[in-house]
Write a protein that binds this ligand. Sequence first.
Ligand code: SF4
Ligand code: MSK
Length: 656
Amino acid sequence: MGDEIKKDKKDIAAKDLTTCEATAQMLDKSRKDGIEIAPYRAASMKPCPIGADSACCKHCFMGPCRLNSKDPYGKVGVCGATIDTIMARNFGRMVAAGTAAHTDHGMGMLDLFREVVKGNISDYRIKDTEKLQSVAKSIGIEVEGRSIEDIAMDLYDELERTYTQVDGEIPFAKRVPEKTLETWRKLGIVPRGAMREIMEMMHRTAMGVDQHYENITKQASRTALSDGWGGSMVSTEISDILFGTPSPVAVEVNMGVLKENQVNIIIHGHEPNLFESMISSVNEPTFVQAAKDAGAEGINLVGMCCSGLEMMSRHGIPHAGNFSSTEAILVTGAVDAMAVDIQCIQQGLSKVAECYDTPFITTNPRCKIEGALHIEFNEHDPKDCTDEIVIKAISRFKNRSTPVEIPKIVNTGVHGFSHEYINYMLGGSFRASYTPLNDNIINGRIRGVAGVVGCTNPRVKQDYVHVELVKELIRNDVLVLQTGCSQIALAKAGLTTPEAAVLAGPGLREVCETVGMPPVLGLGACIDNSRILIAASAMVKEGGLGESIADLPVAGAAPEFMSEKAIAIGQYFVASGVFTVFGVTFPIVEDTKFHKLLFEGLEQQGLGKWGFTPDPLEMARMMIAHIDKKRAALGIDKARDRSLVDMAARRELDAA
Ligand code: SF4
Ligand code: MSK
């Protein structure tokens, strides 16, 4: 099983809560220091089973109505709503919330882009003009002989429609493979604009509106697609244009990136602009001198969670850990300031920071936290905020009163892959293309491609499911693409190095060794799942692997998800045609019509489908079986005969 943590054990050992040794060391220390952090809170918090199954409706005050998941059709709500309606509405609202988070983030990036292009903001500039031109071209904007400013303004106007358009198709629908788009059109799920889709999703799930689970699910797909091919994709593309498209870079990961004799500043959250300005502030000679005057050897800027992933990919800045380590790292006593912007910021951080005298600083007007110091970040004068953070950190270093204990663990890996770099890496600069990837899939060296992404969740042992799943996939010649906290789990396990190719099956190993790449390619933050969609689209367009994304021998997984954003991501992958397996739990009742629709029916409509298991080996088996089914449908299953070593044989080899 997926090592679900026993809920009733308050005295549970740290090694049962995480496979991250550094986090385990800090969990033990937190116990000694009398501090409670998330994994322990999870162990003592019994989840409400009715809520966990989405069998509870509180959409009006004739309720709340609780149906029994053991007898799902034994009862209906006061209004007569069935279990399928209630679950579909709850699911649709999770998709709407996740989509809203990503699209609001994306719209923020687009606002910044507009102000930069208009010359109203001078602290940022367009860094990647080549990417600007290629994104513009991809949606039909003329680039030949035009100035960068003119192209950029047209791109802004066009991409704004992603959010505000009330009718028609979002701009990046032009990037979707023709047959996939045809299926969406037939089903009526091509997104118009994200605001419209989120609004309609919320309307239709209100009391007394849409009460057919199939119709609600269509709007959930349309809303989710306005995230994946809309809000998220715009965010990734604009961030690349403004801050540079990532290319591979060797980076240090884990809590050992903190330095005892330096002023340590952590940035945690999701938006790259705060972090970009921090880089400038920490390199300010006056601050470097001030840090030295305070007795420090320098200022050490590190990232966590998805902010960290954005910066490690673009600048090689060290990364201290994923979501489930954000409170634990404060227990080191070595953090002189933690600044956050939006998303995945646990409120518990405020209390833990207070216990270790660490300034905990919120910077975004959308995210204030009781007990945190708020220093607002304003893109028109970004250094106002980031300089202040540095000053607070230096002052804390000078007056450090808590003992420092930094786990001495650092893992170096290669990160910063992008759709563009995969194209170049495999095809070369003069004929950049996906041909070698498709060829290696067709000839069977690579069995298929898996996207393994998403959060860590204190309800299960941190990193365990991610790492075991990915090891099993690469052993079976499946190339793994990663984003989000999952990427950091694998980096800590040492699988993001080219040397990790020895853990891969013979075919994948041969490809990795020829190209010099790891078998696990990190593509960035959770918003950058759009890079995986673009890669899938490029594979279809390259030819030889079917006509739609649903034809590809690919699968996805979020093995330790915790966020509504992950539900939105899962639904946009499913609606794009990908078999997507979640771990931890699945928030609906089994043996219902809605469950059957998500887990079987959507595939029959030409889309992908959902899967669920908490067990990493079972998850790998399900994904590989799906990949093999797609290979057989494409008629390329024979090509693998020469190198087939199935999972049972591998387990025997391992056991021997
Ligand atoms: Fe109950 Fe229906 Fe109101 Fe939901 S909408 S709370 S099922 S009465
Ligand atoms: S930070 S959404 S825990 S991936 Fe993007 Fe990590 Fe999941 Fe947050």
